[in-house]
Design a binder for this molecule. Structure first.
Ligand code: ADP
Ligand code: ADP
Length: 228
């Protein structure tokens, strides 16, 4: 699913302009990385795609449809979302965490648990991890569970906000490789936020560089962006 930002501005109530007249087309089936220094509007841009943040002006089209025409809660349920500290529910097992969205969507318990077990394997975790609680996992394992939970939405769009920034560099490289491997099978439209240009270049089919003040500074393939 392609995503189009048309003249998007976000001004928070305190007057901060986080995103300033952003025009950006995120092509279907690409990993598009939003990169730039802290405070340049990456997270705000990402959260406008699933309506966790509403723009002040402009519109966002998902596969040509204005997202304001869809119910915000349904839209969110249909878009996978991964954040820095996985955001897992601490009092639920790993399997139950992964099964959250299928259960919300009305799947019966057994079918949801079975799907969750499959996804655990997809993200490279052994079956016994499914019975544990998030606090019993390493940071890298938690991020894998976060990815599995987001994949459970089975949506064409996946939003990832610094998903690998809090793990050590060796684990991070493993997670990056895994994401590239997964994406070569899944072909989703992934919007990936990071402040790390090396990560952007490694993962991105397209890279959008933002600068503080919320303006788009550069957009292109990693090679094009590095050349400028
Ligand atoms: P990034 O993800 O690139 O670090 P953000 O989108 O989080 O950037 O923030 C962009 C700007 O908007 C920053 O100046 C930040 O302080 C500000 N900001 C973010 N969220 C809020 C909020 N809820 N209220 C006011 N200002 C905010
Ligand atoms: P943070 O301050 O850590 O960036 P927020 O305060 O915005 O996060 O809260 C986000 C929390 O809500 C996360 O723990 C996240 O797991 C959960 N959340 C919100 N929207 C979604 C969604 N669409 N899918 C999954 N989890 C969500």
């Amino acid at each position: 699913m392609g995503i189009e930002f048309r003249g998007i501005t976000k001004k928070y109530p305190d007057g901060t302009v986080a995103v300033d007249d952003l025009n950006l087309t995120i092509e279907d089936g690409t990993i598009t990385v939003l990169v730039g220094p802290s405070g340049c509007g990456k997270t705000t841009s990402l959260r406008m795609i699933n309506r966790m943040v509403e723009p002040t002006s402009g519109s966002i089209l998902l596969e040509g449809e204005d997202i304001r025409d869809s119910d915000a809660a349904l839209l969110r349920r249909g878009i996978g979302y991964v954040i820095q500290h996985a955001g897992l529910f601490p009092h639920r097992t790993v399997l139950s965490n992964i099964a959250t969205v299928p259960l919300l969507s009305g799947w019966d318990k057994n079918k949801a648990k079975k799907r969750a077990a499959e996804l655990l394997e997809v993200v490279g975790l052994p079956a016994e991890v499914g019975k544990r609680y998030p606090a019993q996992l390493s940071g890298g394992q938690q991020q894998r569970v976060g990815v599995a939970r987001a994949l459970a939405a089975d949506s064409p769009v996946l939003l990832m906000d610094e998903p690998f920034s809090a793990v050590d560099p060796v684990v991070r490289e493993g997670l990056q490789d895994e994401l590239l491997r997964l994406q070569s099978q899944l072909g989703k439209t992934i919007v990936f936020v990071t402040h790390d240009i090396d990560e952007a270049v490694r993962l991105g089919d397209r890279v959008a560089v933002l600068r503080v003040g919320g303006k788009l500074a550069q957009y292109g393939t990693p090679a094009e962006v590095l050349r400028q």
